[in-house]
Design a protein around this ligand. Structure first.
Ligand SMILES: [Zn+2]
Ligand SMILES: [Zn+2]
Length: 291
């Protein structure tokens, strides 16, 4: 009980402090120009850690979209943990629960319970999933469990590295503002992409494609595509659907650092497209939600 209270307090600090620090950063920016090195630090930290979340936590760990080289796996999991969105195994379990129960009773973060709940409120609602139920295979994976058990170390690194490089302004921009951006962009996939945007596929949920989130979240905004084909390594399915995470997986495969990259079988894609084109058609049930 006491431990749960501490966990809630820590979560509150992790959510609120970076947001307030961003307001401080904007105020400082207003009073004097920010140094370019702070913005470079912000951009580099954001890019590396966003890949950790999108390619590492989401596509590799949760959906097994490709099989990584063990070193790549370790690096991606550490970068993802620096996103300060909790331990890897817990992240995967909660996300698999979202796919299993999308926009129905038990979905950890559906806007059916309100936009604010889907965005950030759910974090405080105690709707976390049990990894032993949703991803038993990951609980038995030594690399996943090592990074998950040491998540505090990697989370501290996420603020220690920018402080070591840029001092207090580095901590502010590369650390706290970066955390705030990572959080809100990730949360927007849960809130915005289940509320606004287009639905090219008739999935059994409210998932939508929203291009702005697609840009900011390195391809994760093509969320209706993702719910229709959860295991696909590419969330952008058209040439104009910018999917930076998909391009990284492609590059890793070319370098021999990733194999068994999952591509949607053309027949499955054609079937999903034709059923979406028929208004009365049943929702596509492909592939299995937990994959
Ligand atoms: Zn979703
Ligand atoms: Zn997913």
């Amino acid at each position: 009980m006491r431990l749960a209270g501490v966990a809630k307090a820590v979560t509150l600090v992790i959510v609120v402090v970076p947001f307030l620090a961003t307001l401080v950063a904007i105020r400082l920016l207003w009073m004097r120009a920010v140094h370019w090195s702070d913005l470079v630090l912000l951009a580099v930290m954001y890019t590396l850690i966003a890949f950790g979340v999108t390619v590492g936590f989401h596509r590799m760990l949760t959906h097994r979209s490709f099989r990584p080289h063990p070193a790549v796996k370790l690096v991606l999991l550490i970068l993802g943990t620096m996103g300060m969105e909790g331990a890897a195994v817990q992240w995967a379990a909660t996300h698999l629960k979202h796919h299993a129960l999308s926009d129905r009773d038990g979905d950890p973060h559906s806007p059916v319970q309100g936009f604010f709940h889907a965005h950030v409120g759910w974090i405080f609602a105690g709707t976390e999933a049990d990894p032993k139920v949703y991803c038993r295979n990951l609980v038995e994976d030594p690399i996943v469990m090592f990074v998950s058990r040491t998540w505090v170390v990697w989370s501290l690194l996420a603020v220690a590295i920018p402080f070591a490089i840029g001092g207090w302004s580095g901590l502010l921009w590369g650390g706290l503002v970066r955390i705030c951006l990572t959080h809100h962009v990730t949360w927007s996939v849960n809130s915005v992409c289940h509320t606004f945007g287009k639905r090219p596929f008739a999935t059994r949920d409210r998932s939508r494609n929203e291009w702005i989130v697609g840009l900011l979240a390195f391809g994760e905004g093509w969320h209706n595509n993702h719910h229709a084909f959860p295991r696909s390594a590419f969330h952008g399915l058209r040439w104009w659907q910018f999917d930076l995470s998909g391009y990284l997986i492609w590059a890793l495969a070319r370098l021999g650092l990733a194999r068994e990259v999952y591509h949607i079988p053309p027949t499955l894609l054609a079937r999903a497209k034709s059923s979406a084109a028929t208004p009365a058609a049943a929702p596509t049930g492909v592939p299995a939600p937990a994959e």
